[in-house]
Design a protein around this ligand. Structure first.
Ligand code: G3I
Length: 345
């Protein structure tokens, strides 16, 4: 009889615990929950959507503690004509972020894409390339000193086979453009956190191994590379995805002395058109969050967009990609609740 009584009491406590947990989860935002884990939870942010879409603005300012400027800081937007810097939109985003106590991630200083047309005419040899790149990096980093202190300095420099990507910077300067970019950024702001950022580098493979070897060698030589951003653009149908492999890889990057950020996560569904797709999506977001929480060097978990109607996947890959945490009406999806659960328990 006594034993049965205790079973009843234990059961009741468990049910009350679950109810309280559920209540807390329901009431809290992602941002509030992540604060308790000392984690920045971010999203990429678009200027137009922020101004024009009320739901987007509400979610951006309440659910996230970090914003990555999605497009407005790329070279084509920032320096449409040589020497004519256009800071207006990002300045406005900085102001709004400050009003909501949101941290900003500068994206991106050096990339082979999103270049203004003048670059192909003006960048013709090593000297002109160095001059253009150094000026671009230092103008941006100096302008945002005090308001943006974390940057994706170099973006997507490697091919899948581990060779360096053919960009105008590689063709003119050679592989040195990578360490030079970090040095120039450091000169402009000695306190900034400087990241290398790429996709397909969240597990060990030919590309990520080549990346880690090169970045580690440069770091040993004193090049100021503070962290590595793992974009983590995931396809729900990709059988290679493995939480275990991601965990092992994050641990290796941490052991090599780098900070870690998940910088652009989304999970596209268009190639997995079965009833299970949304569960797989939620699980994959949850797996990467769990790895980040279990890796002390991982201080940021950022998703690449807020709602499915403002996503590069929906626009550029497939309207059925639906890769984000909120649907096109701004309603939270299963993946959103999974992330909250991982943050709470
Ligand atoms: O805003 C204009 C619009 O006015 C015009 O009518 C329309 C016509 O093409 O273009 C719109 O701009 C597009 C912009 O996205 C906003 O949707 C640009 O053409 C398009 O090139 C741009 O694509 C961006 C892409 O990077 C290239 O810069 C995506 O939004 C952005 O999500 C994507 O982000 C990249 C990261 O920077 C690096 N990692 C991969 C990631 C996904 O590709």
């Amino acid at each position: 009889m006594k034993k049965r009584k205790w079973i009843w009491i234990g059961g009741a406590i468990l049910i009350i615990g679950i109810a309280i947990g559920g209540y807390l989860m329901e009431k809290q935002t992602l941002r509030k929950l992540a604060e308790n884990d000392d984690l920045l939870i971010g999203s990429s942010i678009r200027y137009d959507a922020l101004l024009e879409d009320d739901t987007y603005q509400r979610l951006a300012t309440t659910e996230f503690s970090s914003w990555t400027i999605e497009n407005e800081m790329k070279m084509d937007a920032m320096q449409p004509e040589q020497g004519a810097f256009n800071f207006v939109k990002v300045d406005e985003m900085v102001q709004m972020a400050e009003e909501h106590d949101i941290k900003l991630r500068g994206h991106v200083l050096v990339w082979g894409e999103a270049l203004p047309e003048w670059v192909s005419q003006q960048v013709v040899d090593r000297a002109s390339a160095e001059q253009v790149l150094k000026t671009h990096i230092q103008e941006l980093v100096k302008h945002y000193k005090g308001s943006i202190d974390t940057f994706d300095v170099v973006n997507e420099a490697w091919n899948d086979d581990g060779t360096l990507r053919d960009t105008i910077w590689l063709r003119t300067i050679g592989p040195d453009y990578i360490p030079l970019a970090f040095q120039w950024a450091r000169e402009a702001n000695p306190d900034a956190k400087l990241y290398y950022n790429d996709y397909g580098n969240e597990m060990s493979n030919a590309k990520s191994e080549a990346m880690l070897e090169a970045l580690s060698n440069w770091k040993k030589d004193g090049i100021p590379i503070d962290g590595i951003g793992m974009q983590t653009h995931v396809d729900a149908a990709d059988y290679r995805f493995s939480k275990n492999r991601i965990q092992k890889w994050f641990t290796r990057i941490e052991d090599a002395g780098f900070d870690i950020a998940v910088t652009e996560m989304d999970v596209k569904l268009q190639n997995l058109n079965n009833g299970d797709a949304k569960n797989v999506q939620a699980e994959r977001f949850g797996d990467v969050m769990e790895v980040c929480l279990d890796t002390p060097a991982c201080g940021e978990f950022t998703v690449w967009g807020i709602s499915d109607n403002h996503s590069w996947v929906t626009e550029q890959e497939s309207p059925n990609g639906k890769p984000l945490l909120f649907d096109e009406n701004g309603q939270p999806k299963k993946a959103y609740n999974t992330l909250k659960r991982k943050l709470l328990f």
